[in-house]
Ligand binder design. Sequence first.
Ligand SMILES: Cc1cc2nc3c(=O)[nH]c(=O)nc-3n(C[C@H](O)[C@H](O)[C@H](O)COP(=O)(O)OP(=O)(O)OC[C@H]3O[C@@H](n4cnc5c(N)ncnc54)[C@H](O)[C@@H]3O)c2cc1C
Length: 408
Amino acid sequence: MAGLACANYLHRAGRPVLVLEAADAVGGRVRTDVTPEGFRLDRGFQVLLTRYPEVERLIDYGALHLKAFRSGAVIRLPDGKETTLQNPLQQPVAAFSALTSRIGSLPDKLRIVSMVQHVRRFTSQQLLSRNSTNEQDTLSFLRQYGWSEQMIQNFFRPFFGGVFLDRSLSTAANFFEFVFKQFVEGEAVVPALGMQQIPEQLAARLPAGTIRLNTPVAALEGTSVRLRNGETLHAAAVVLAVDGEAAARLLPAANTAPTLAWRRTTCTYFAAPAAKGRPDKLLRLNASPTALAHNVAFPSDVASAYAPAGQRLVSVSTHGEHGLSEADLTARLRQELTDWFGPEAAQWQHLRTYELPYALPEYPAGQPARQSLKVQGHLYRCGDYAAYPSLNAALASGREVAEMLLAS
Ligand SMILES: Cc1cc2nc3c(=O)[nH]c(=O)nc-3n(C[C@H](O)[C@H](O)[C@H](O)COP(=O)(O)OP(=O)(O)OC[C@H]3O[C@@H](n4cnc5c(N)ncnc54)[C@H](O)[C@@H]3O)c2cc1C
């Protein structure tokens, strides 16, 4: 996404670009596989938040036929009971006052209202740039704000732990505020035909021949690029738009990110018979600290092309290290899903498991929301690892590098 954004802005300004992509399609971490039966499997459950400033700036929403999840979630509490939050961040008074005290106390509900007002007062960029919250992790920020442990366990850990892929909530709190604002002001959507439609849209705007797929770069020497096939290319400028892991291999040591730790997640897909009745289009979150099924979504309830006719796609995310083989994880998930959704879940057909050890770069307290993008001479870098773990960051860093090149 970072490289395609950069190439798009340069092309718009009339500069010639060449994009070298190691994989067999564009998208990087935003890919969708179509199975022979006709399921569309995003490589890890992922959504687009419609108010991301960089996405609004670059992406044509109409052409993607976006399909929205309903704002809110069904939360399974540790005792197995469920509670539904509708519009918790958009209409907090209504959402939380309708609940029993099981999610949080009355003061917690008032705090949600004040947090909503707080994030509305700032732009997204101002929230990301706040030093005071950048220096704190999300958990200590929430505790300092005064929220009860019950509210943290039953709402913040499952909800934001799913966004950060980090239920410990050790992610820096300025990113929490930024994401909170996105949920307050926008929607969580997927393109009708899967998340890969987003990078495909950017790729389609570039002239034919601009993108070379299956072309891994082996080494950089100044502004010369050596490909794995032995070919060497020379350019006026080079933008390294790879993930943090590949950047560490290709860049001079002094220019790698300060931390190269990752958040991992596992996405297990099942096929179920189509649901009867109208779907609620809500995410399912599990507040149990011992569960492996951390969140469950039914993407085909939201975007019907995610499953063939008569079927329903079930996406189950397990964040962090689970230490199980695929077969053992699937069996454990099936047991949990049966307890959660009833005996019919025992019959759901396992489709595929995606292990994503490099899903998101860690973004701990104290890490700046924007690292230097100029490496040396005419060599630049972009990507989420140089900022914070989000599509918005990938696109922003790509745009900023394009602007630097256009100004030089
Ligand atoms: C499961 C999951 C869920 C997520 N959920 C969300 C979400 O809900 N909202 C959100 O905003 N973000 C989410 N993200 C994060 C988001 O997808 C990333 O922040 C973003 O896609 C990163 O883009 P990037 O361009 O920085 O890096 P990447 O997507 O990693 O792209 C790097 C590219 O470089 C290529 N490459 C690597 N090495 C070489 C080489 N040697 N030669 C040539 N090419 C090379 C790769 O093939 C890839 O195409 C999620 C990510 C995952 C995996």
